[in-house]
Write a protein that binds this ligand. Structure first.
Ligand code: FAD
Ligand code: NAI
Length: 475
C-alpha cells in the first residue's frame, strides 16, 4: 500500500517548496518530491532558482561587480589597489557554498514544517480512490498517493533548433554559471534577462562580449525610455549589442564556436567565440511526469493548462510556477504556491499579476511594476509621467552610482499609480515601495507626501512622484 498524503507536490523549486511549506503550515500531511542532485548525488532542493538561476547568478554578479569596482572605481574613492588578481576558482567556490546553504536551508525548513521530502523523480501512475498515485524513482523509490497534487516542475533552457547545449562550448544558463576560465571572446544569443546578466558577469571579469538579438528593439517588455537608457549604458560599459540579427549556422570546433548571422542591415556576418551562451527563453518542463497517465491537459506550448486559480482540467490537480502561463519568475511561482495551498484549505489565496515586479540585476539594475508608457499609449489611457534622475540624488552621488532614473506613470484624472520604472542603483530594493503603493491603489501624491529618509536612494522615488505634478524639489 502506498503512503497516503493530503498534498503531494512534484518539484522542489520556489513554486513547489513554498507550496509544500504553506500546505504543512495549514495542517495538511504533505510530501514534496524533487529530483535535483548536487555534485555528490545529494538532495539539492530549490530548483532552477537555487541551483542554476537566481541565486548563483546573483552571487557571480556581486563578485564580478566587486572585481570591477576594485579595478576601476576604487581609485576615485582614494583607495589604491595594487596587484589586483582574479581567483575564479574561489569565486565559483563561493557561489557553490551559497547554493549549498540554500539547499540545506530548504531541507531544514522541510523538517521544521514536517514536510516529507522524497529525493527522486515523481511521475503520475493513475487516478485512484482517494486521489492520484505517484511513483518516485531515484534515491527514494516508492509509490505514494496524494488527495491533492501540485505540479511545480519548472522550466528548461530553450535550445536553438539543431544546436543542442553541450555545456562546454555551447552553454545554457547551467554552463554560463560555471565557466572555469574567463573566455576571451564570449558570444551571447538573446539580449533578454539571462543574456544581459550573464553577459555583464563575464564582461566585468574580462571577456569581450558580443550579444546577438533577433528583435530590432532592445528589451521590448521594458518601458521605452528606460530601455533606451539601458542600451546606452550597457554599450558604454563595453557590451557589443547587435539588434535585429538573424542567426544562421552555428559550428563547433575543438576550442571555439562560429556563429554565422545576418545583421540588421542584411549583411552576412561570421563571428568566432571561445564560448557561446544561448539565452533565448525557457520551455515548461513536463519531461517524465507521465501527464498522459491521468489525462492532465497541456496547452499548445507545452505548459500545464490552468485557470486563473492554478486549477488544471483535473479535480484536485493544481500547477504553479514556470510550468504554467505567466512570467517565469521565482516570486511569481512562490505566490502561486502559497495561493494554491490556501485554496486547498478552503481559503481565498490570491495572486495579483498586475503587481508582480520584474528586476534585471545588471549594473545599473532595472526594475519595474505595472504598465509601461508604451502600453498606456496603446491602451488609450490618459496618464501623467514624472521622472527623477539619480544624478540629482545625494546618496547616489555619495555611492558614486548616479546613472539612471525613477519614472512614475499615474492616471491623468485619478492620479492612481499605473507603473513605476527604475534604472539605477538598488532598483531591485526600491521597486518594493512601488509594489506596496500599487497594491494599496495609492496615488502618486500619496508617495510624494510620505517622509523618506535623507540621504537615501528612495528620495528619488518620492521626487519622481512629485515630478508627476511637476513639483520635484531637487531637480
Ligand atoms: P524550478 O525552479 O525550475 O523548479 C522545478 C523543480 O522541479 C526542479 O528542482 C526540478 O528538478 C524538479 N522536477 C521537475 N520535474 C520533476 C519530476 N518529475 N519529479 C521530481 N522533480 C522534478 N527569477 C527571479 O524571480 N529572479 C531572478 O533573479 C532570477 N534569476 C534567474 C537566473 C537564471 C540564470 C535563470 C535560468 C532563471 C532565473 N529566474 C529568476 C527564474 C526562476 O529561476 C524561475 O522562475 C523559478 O525557478 C521557477 O520556479 P519553479 O518552482 O516553477 O521551477
Ligand atoms: P528572455 O525571454 O528574457 O530573453 C530571450 C531573448 O532572446 C529575447 O530578447 C528574444 O527576442 C531573444 N531571442 C529569441 N529567439 C532568438 C533567436 N533565435 N536569435 C536571437 N535572439 C533570440 O529569456 P532568457 O534571457 O533566456 O531568460 C528566461 C527567463 O528566465 C526570463 O524570461 C525570466 O523569466 C527568467 N529570468 C529572470 C531573471 C530575473 O528575474 N532577474 C534573470 C534570468 C532569467
Amino acid at each position: 500500500m502506498s503512503i497516503q498524503f493530503d498534498v503531494v507536490v512534484i518539484g522542489g523549486g520556489p513554486g513547489g517548496y513554498i507550496a509544500a511549506i504553506r500546505a504543512a503550515q495549514l495542517g495538511f500531511k504533505v510530501a514534496c518530491i524533487d529530483e535535483w542532485k548536487n555534485a555528490k548525488g545529494g538532495a539539492a532542493p530549490g530548483g532552477t532558482c537555487t541551483n542554476v538561476g537566481c541565486i548563483p547568478s546573483k552571487a557571480l554578479l556581486q563578485s564580478s561587480e566587486h572585481f570591477e569596482h576594485a579595478g576601476h572605481s576604487f581609485a576615485d574613492h582614494g583607495i589604491e589597489v595594487q596587484g589586483l588578481k582574479l581567483d575564479l576558482v574561489q569565486m565559483l567556490k563561493r557561489k557553490e557554498t551559497i547554493i549549498k546553504q540554500n539547499n540545506d536551508g530548504i531541507l531544514y525548513l522541510f523538517k521544521k514544517n514536517k514536510v516529507n521530502f522524497f529525493h527522486g523523480r515523481g511521475a503520475f501512475v493513475a487516478a485512484v480512490d482517494g486521489g492520484y498515485e505517484i511513483s518516485v524513482t531515484g534515491v527514494n523509490s516508492e509509490n505514494i498517493t496524494g488527495k491533492h497534487i501540485i505540479v511545480a516542475t519548472g522550466s528548461n533552457a530553450r535550445a536553438l533548433p539543431g544546436t543542442p547545449f553541450d555545456e562546454e562550448l555551447i552553454l545554457s544558463n547551467t554552463g554560463a554559471l560555471d565557466i572555469n576560465a574567463v573566455p576571451k571572446k564570449l558570444g551571447v544569443i538573446g539580449a533578454g534577462v539571462i543574456g544581459l546578466e550573464m553577459g555583464s558577469v563575464w564582461r566585468r571579469l574580462g571577456s569581450e562580449v558580443t550579444v546577438l538579438e533577433a528583435l530590432p528593439a532592445f528589451l521590448g517588455a521594458v518601458d521605452d525610455q528606460i530601455a533606451k537608457e539601458a542600451l546606452k549604458l550597457f554599450t558604454k560599459q563595453g557590451l557589443a549589442i547587435n539588434l535585429g540579427v538573424k542567426i544562421g549556422k552555428i559550428t563547433s570546433g575543438k576550442k571555439n564556436v562560429t556563429v554565422e548571422y545576418t545583421d540588421a542591415k542584411g549583411a552576412e556576418q561570421k563571428a568566432e567565440f571561445d564560448k557561446l551562451i544561448i539565452s533565448i527563453g525557457r520551455t515548461p518542463n513536463t519531461i517524465g511526469l507521465n501527464a498522459e497517465a491521468i489525462g492532465l491537459q497541456l496547452d499548445e506550448r507545452g505548459f500545464v493548462a490552468v485557470d486563473g486559480d492554478c486549477k488544471t482540467n483535473l479535480a484536485n490537480v493544481w500547477a504553479v510556477g514556470d510550468v504554467v502561463r505567466g512570467p517565469m519568475l521565482a516570486h511569481k511561482a512562490e505566490e502561486e504556491g502559497v495561493a494554491v495551498a490556501e485554496r486547498i484549505a478552503g481559503q481565498h489565496g490570491h495572486v495579483n499579476f498586475n503587481t508582480v515586479p520584474w528586476v534585471i540585476y545588471t549594473s545599473p539594475e532595472i526594475a519595474w511594476v505595472g504598465r509601461t508608457e508604451q502600453q498606456l499609449k496603446a491602451d488609450g489611457v490618459a496618464y501623467k509621467a514624472g521622472t527623477f534622475p539619480f544624478m540629482a540624488n545625494g546618496r547616489a552621488r555619495a555611492l558614486g552610482d548616479t546613472s539612471g532614473m525613477v519614472k512614475f506613470l499615474a492616471d491623468a484624472v485619478t492620479d492612481e499609480i499605473l507603473g513605476v520604472h527604475i534604472i539605477g542603483p538598488m532598483a531591485s530594493e526600491l521597486i518594493s515601495e512601488a509594489v506596496v503603493a500599487m497594491e494599496f491603489k495609492a496615488s502618486a501624491e500619496d508617495i510624494a507626501r510620505i517622509c523618506h529618509a535623507h540621504p537615501s536612494l528612495s528620495e528619488a522615488t518620492k521626487e519622481a512622484a512629485l515630478a508627476v505634478d511637476k513639483r520635484a524639489l531637487n531637480f
